[in-house]
Ligand binder design. Sequence first.
Ligand SMILES: Nc1ncnc2c1ncn2[C@@H]1O[C@H](C[S@+](CC[C@H]([NH3+])C(=O)[O-])CC(=O)[O-])[C@@H](O)[C@H]1O
Length: 323
Amino acid sequence: MKEFSDSLAALIASPHQQWITTLPQQLQQLYQQRHPDSKKWLRAVAQLPDLSSEDVALADTVRIGNEQQATDAQRAQLKGLLSQLIPWRKGPYNLFGLTIDTEWRSDLKWQRLVNGITSLQGKQVLDVGCGSGYHLWRMLEAGAEQVWGIDPGDLFLQQFRAIKGFMPKALQQRAHFFPVGVETLPPLASFDSVFCMGVLYHRRSPIDCLEQLKSVLKPSGELVLETLVVTGDKNTVLVPGERYAQMRNVWFLPSTAALCHWLSRLGFKDIKVIDESQTTIEEQRATEWMTGESLADFLDPNDHNLTIEGYQAPIRAVVTAKK
Ligand SMILES: Nc1ncnc2c1ncn2[C@@H]1O[C@H](C[S@+](CC[C@H]([NH3+])C(=O)[O-])CC(=O)[O-])[C@@H](O)[C@H]1O
């Protein structure tokens, strides 16, 4: 639990202090079922060189420090240790001159939504399914007071810890990550903005998930929801077979109209579609830091508008809605 002591202390002093009644027990459970590689990941993070810098850019590439602030030997050590945390899916990052070119250009998603959301200035923000935490840093750039990420992925927690460890102390105190799933959230009613991006289609009960997201928002707080959609009217929902674009565990792909209808049925107000884009192989691709298969391998080689299974290729919508 030492990994979380600072974040739990910050939680007690935050508007979300009620979370402390359930969270430690859930974190404890995590220790009983850690990923088989988690020891290796923890060791890699513990061995990272002792570097930090006040020269930080929370921009499209989240950059900490510069080439002059680390020696070639330190950069090589950094690369060796961070390579043990492969696959790096969400980024990109640059640490003391070392670029982590992640599978996803997560900056492109952020650019598509940042001008359509309510200002994050001074806000308490939750990012559900935050991956390595890339968007948490962008939320701080946009002025959020504190950002809280949750994601059950043990590897993503270690990637976040690796990045956070190099950040200036003042930023470290404002960014927290707990490795729990959306289903564990109590009805805190304490967040100004809740982001849920790339998670809803993984849920077997999307309506319950949306209700849970609503329950953690303050009255009038904003949900920023990004998920896979299909073309169609308000009654169109695709439940694919065992795999969609080679992903297992994909359940409901509504049309954007159906998604808005769901939100409206749940009592969300002021529902706005702020973006709808087909994912490109420039945005999601294999790199040195994610050497496995990526989107190009999941699409029909003769028609990139279809998945390899013959479904419509991934289109993602971003919708905002108020509690
Ligand atoms: N029950 C759950 N609760 C919370 N998170 C979960 C759950 N199940 C899976 N996840 C997490 O949801 C994330 C989905 S990726 C989106 C990342 C980021 N948001 C992005 O928008 O770039 C999908 C994508 O590639 O878009 C993964 O990190 C999972 O571990």
